[in-house]
Design a protein around this ligand. Structure first.
Ligand SMILES: Cc1cc2nc3c(=O)[nH]c(=O)nc-3n(C[C@H](O)[C@H](O)[C@H](O)COP(=O)(O)O)c2cc1C
Length: 201
């Protein structure tokens, strides 16, 4: 059975992101082994003075017990990505980009010598080949006419691509801008989710 890592950031009561992630889990639960990561309940460690320097540029060949303890969250998050066949990330758009908590997860898992490597000629190579990612994205606004003003979609796509994972995104955009269309926006997104589940498993 394939392994799927489901990463969700959906702290708002009545969250549409939660509704989409729930839909994915409902459809996929019997077909794949799911590891669930709730970023709002367990936010990733931020990269700060005492951990960034331990992992910087490939990290160290060995760590002390104290250093291992300090990096345990980082190691756990990275290992979850390495162990998964498929990754689903559900997130709202905040301030035209990723919520800080979701960006902290990206910062934790895009790691030199673990999920990507620098090759002898100085270029970069993703180390996560063979995996697939699905992004379930929700935004209050509809960016159909102004894609240049939203940085959520290209940022998340580029980070997955960088570690070697092709991704596709299902977007429920416009849920605040068009309250009268929310049901249709969510229903279209759920239909798209069911197509991905059929294709993946
Ligand atoms: C802090 C914050 C920032 C937001 N920034 C944006 C934004 O830049 N563009 C946008 O379209 N919607 C923005 N929104 C609206 C959310 O995308 C919208 O409420 C969405 O439904 C949130 O997802 P949720 O339903 O899963 O909570 C923002 C909401 C919050 C709380």
């Amino acid at each position: 059975m394939k392994k799927t890592l489901v990463v969700r950031y959906a702290p708002r009561k009545g969250s549409y992101t939660k509704e989409l992630v729930d839909e994915f889990i409902k459809l996929a639960d019997s077909k794949t082994e799911i590891t669930f990561l709730d970023l709002a309940a367990s936010p990733p460690d931020l990269l700060l003075d005492d951990n960034l320097n331990l992992i910087w540029y490939g990290g160290q060949p060995e760590y002390t017990v104290e250093e291992e303890e300090r990096l345990s969250n980082h190691f756990q998050l990275t290992q979850q990505v390495l162990d998964a066949d498929n990754i689903v990330l559900g997130s709202p758009m905040y301030n035209f980009s990723l919520p800080a908590t979701v960006k902290a997860w990206i910062d934790a898992v895009v790691v030199n010598n673990k999920t990507f490597a620098v090759t002898a000629d100085g270029s970069f190579k993703g180390l996560c080949e063979g995996k697939k990612a699905l992004i379930l994205a929700v935004a209050g606004g509809d960016y159909a006419e102004e894609t240049a003003h939203e940085y959520f979609s290209p940022t998340i796509k580029r980070n997955f691509e960088y570690i070697g994972i092709p991704s596709e995104q299902i977007s429920a955009f416009g849920v605040t801008q068009y309250p009268e269309k929310v049901d249709a926006i969510m229903s279209t997104a759920k239909t798209e989710i069911s197509k991905v589940v059929k294709r993946w498993y």
